[in-house]
Design a protein. Structure first.
Length: 163
C-alpha cells in the first residue's frame, strides 16, 4: 500500500467482548479520535456508522490490530469485506517497538497500536485470510500443543510422588 493512499491510521485493541479504536489522520501530531464497540456484527454496524460520522473512509484507512488468536478474526473478516486495508501484527512486535510503557487499558492500547502503525506503515503487511481448511488445521495444531502442555503439567506431580 502506498503512503499517498492512506489518509487515516487506526489502531484497534480487540478483546473477546469488545474492541477499542483510535484513529488519526496520516500526519504527525494528528488529533486522535477514540471509540469503544461490542465485538460482534451489531457492534460493527455501530462502528461503521461512527466512522461515517467522523468522515473516515474505510478504503483510505490502514487498520492495525494485534493478533489475539481468535478474537480478532470476525472483525478482520468484516473489514476485509468492506475492502479495508488490515494489518495484523504480533503483540510482542508492537510492545518491543514502543519501549517501556506505563499504564494499561484498552483505550490506551489502541492508541499505542495506532502510533506503532503510523511509525511503521512502510513495513505494513496487508493481512490475507487463510483458506478455511488451512485455518482449521492451524487451530487444531495449536489446540494439540496446548493439550500436550496440560498433560505434561498434570504428569509432573505424579512423577514426584512416585520417586
Amino acid at each position: 500500500m502506498q503512503k499517498k493512499e492512506i489518509k487515516f491510521i487506526a489502531g484497534i485493541d480487540v478483546s473477546k467482548k469488545t474492541f477499542d479504536i483510535s484513529v488519526g489522520s496520516n500526519e504527525p501530531e494528528a488529533k486522535v479520535t477514540k471509540a469503544h464497540f461490542v465485538n460482534n456484527l451489531k457492534g460493527y454496524d455501530g462502528f461503521t456508522s461512527w466512522l461515517k460520522e467522523q468522515d473516515i473512509v474505510l478504503k483510505n484507512t490502514l487498520f492495525c490490530l494485534e493478533n489475539t488468536g481468535i478474537y480478532h478474526r470476525l472483525l478482520v473478516q468484516f473489514l476485509q469485506s468492506k475492502k479495508a486495508s488490515v494489518w495484523v501484527e504480533t503483540p510482542v512486535q508492537i510492545k518491543w517497538s514502543l519501549g517501556i510503557q506505563r499504564g494499561k487499558n484498552d483505550s490506551v492500547d489502541s492508541e499505542r497500536i495506532m502510533i506503532y502503525a503510523f511509525r511503521n506503515q512502510d513495513k505494513a503487511k496487508i493481512y490475507e485470510t487463510k483458506h478455511r481448511i488451512l485455518q482449521q488445521i492451524a487451530d487444531y495444531l495449536s489446540l494439540r500443543s496446548r493439550l500436550k502442555d496440560c498433560v505434561k503439567a498434570l504428569k509432573m506431580p505424579v512423577k514426584s510422588f512416585c520417586q
